[in-house]
Design a protein around this ligand. Sequence first.
Ligand code: C5P
Length: 187
Amino acid sequence: MGYAIVEAALEAGHDVILISGPVNLAPPSNAKLVSVSTSDEMFDAVHRQANKCDVCILCAAVADYKPAKVSPVKIKKRSENFSLELIRTRDILDSLGHQRDRRFLLVGFAAETNHVKENAAKKLHDKNCDIIVANDVSSANSGIESDANEVTILFQNGAPQKISRAPKKIIASELVKIFSKIRNKNV
Ligand code: C5P
């Protein structure tokens, strides 16, 4: 979905910085690409770029946990069972939402399997972003690893808006139009 939004934003004539983890997609050639491979790298890269932007769209499925310790050498097998201690990663969307004097429009995503609207509304409130794009990922042919999607857009002010099931390319171009309109209205 992120790459489709980048393409749609480029087509609409915007300058785009794409901060991306490893994916099986070719990066759009007209976007400035910042490649990252860990949640900490993504956190730092986003914070370096965000204040240069009019709109920040955070749609990466960032890991919620990371290993507490990283071994510099191969871990030898010993006992039958092995447990890894995991600790929480930093929430990038939340950190931007609570940044003082934020000037850019902040958009987050919520991939949910149940109580989609309620969970997305809670995210909008808790992470203090301007917009949350919610998608139901409980069905196999919508959302993750699918070319189609169906989303509900929740705003801090105003009624939710639904975009019915359509190819991600179409959804992306609708989203870009909505984000641009709101950004221009707020300026
Ligand atoms: O809380 P949850 O992970 O479901 O929220 C999803 C939203 O939060 C997405 O916009 C995702 O990009 C963002 N997120 C983040 N940093 C994390 C985890 C999620 O920015 N560590």
